[in-house]
Design a protein around this ligand. Structure first.
Ligand code: PLP
Length: 373
């Protein structure tokens, strides 16, 4: 059995992305060179920029290619040269820049507390940049970006959104949302790793964090990763069908949660009461640490994650679940299951079967505990 259910960490490559990269691999010119070879590479880069801009309803000159979501978040926040306020459930590449008191609280359903955001904005004397993700990587909870933007406009703040987990899972219109910056990454939706973009609203000016070349209209120095860009552009053209797949992922995800509750009614499903990405489920199984759960499922051939991939390896409770009010003991028992474009109902059945064995082992364990006098 070989079941991959960790798409929020990274997706399996889509065949379209492979084809897109293969096409570009055959080019040899540097996209900054003026000769014919260079111009062909330049054309490939610009076609992908157009595809990405179309996918998120932005203008192609608002798109700056980066090495991924992490760099895009760093570029947006460092490049704005403003004080940063961010939600307490952001990715680490955002939180590293935020003072503890400038973290916006979330409620127990994982949704940002707008009153707290307003309080923080009111106390600022100069203009700030606010960073709120479109959808959370661990719980899938979708944030009320329109309302956040309303507050930002009222207090003359810029709004940066980390759209890394949302792209390809829910429709995104950069221009209708009206936010100032949005971070994107290719590998969460079936494109290659190591390529992403920051979409920057026309009129917003950032200081580059990578200097030493005029690439990306002076906004990000360094020879473009044209193979990655080719794959990103190709996968952006599949977004329409990805959104259709979301319907069937929702049915599969809801069925997993329903069956898990039947097996173990004491589980916690984090963010269940909020609008969530259709592919994501964050489940706490009291009594078994998430590392043990992940290892047991892995041994049975099913790959899931204990929290976000970027923090796997670190043995500490998820900051997202703690921000939602979970105590550290409960947070340490939560795993994330994330489905993707290639997930089948038989994959879900394999997960349910393996997870059932795991959950039932708690009862057996309890029966075999030695009694202490
Ligand atoms: N933002 C979110 C919400 C993520 O989930 C991740 C990756 O897990 C990132 C940013 C970082 O993206 P990348 O892996 O492309 O650097």
């Amino acid at each position: 059995m070989n079941v991959y259910l960790d798409y929020n960490a990274t997706s399996k490559l889509r065949p379209e992305a492979i084809t897109g990269m293969e096409k570009v691999m055959r080019l040899c010119g540097n996209s900054s060179s003026v000769h014919r070879f260079g111009r062909l590479s330049r054309r490939a880069v610009e076609e992908s920029r157009e595809a990405l801009a179309d996918a998120v309803n932005a203008s192609h000159d608002e798109v700056v290619f980066t090495s991924g979501g992490t760099e895009s978040n760093n570029f947006a926040l460092l490049g704005s040269r403003r004080k940063i306020i961010a939600s307490s459930i952001e990715h680490d590449s955002v939180l590293q820049h935020v003072d503890e008191y400038a973290k916006i609280r979330v409620n127990s359903d994982g949704v940002i507390d707008l009153f707290h955001l307003e309080e923080l904005l009111k106390n600022e004397e100069s203009s700030v940049v606010v960073s709120v993700m479109v959808a959370n990587n661990e719980t899938g909870v979708i944030q009320p970006i329109e309302k956040v933007l309303e507050l930002c406009r009222r207090y003359d703040a810029w709004l940066h959104c980390d759209g890394v987990q949302a792209l390809g899972k829910i429709p995104i219109s950069f221009s209708s949302l009206g936010v100032d910056m949005m971070s994107l990454s290719a590998h969460k939706l079936g494109g290659p790793q190591g390529i992403g973009a920051l979409v920057i609203r026309d009129g917003v000016s950032l200081s580059p964090i990578s200097v030493g070349g005029g690439q990306e209209r002076g906004q990000r120095a360094g020879t473009e990763n044209i193979i990655g860009i080719g794959g990103f552009g190709a996968v952006c053209e599949t977004i329409g069908s990805s959104l259709e797949v979301s319907e069937s992922l929702l049915k599969m995800r809801d069925n997993i949660e329903k069956r898990f509750v039947e097996i173990a009614p004491d589980i916690a499903i984090y963010g269940k009461e909020s609008p969530r990405l259709a592919n994501t489920s964050c489940i706490g199984l009291p009594g078994i640490k998430n590392e043990v759960q992940v290892m047991a499922l892995d041994l049975s051939g099913v790959a899931v994650s204990s929290g976000s991939a970027c923090s796997s390896g670190k043995i500490k409770p998820s900051h997202v679940l703690v921000a939602m009010g979970a105590n550290s003991q409960s947070a340490e028992c939560a795993i994330r299951i994330s489905l993707g474009w290639d997930t089948s109902t038989s994959d879900c059945e394999s997960l349910i079967k393996s997870w059932e064995t795991l959950a039932r082992s708690r009862v057996e364990h309890a029966f075999h505990q030695p009694t202490v006098a």
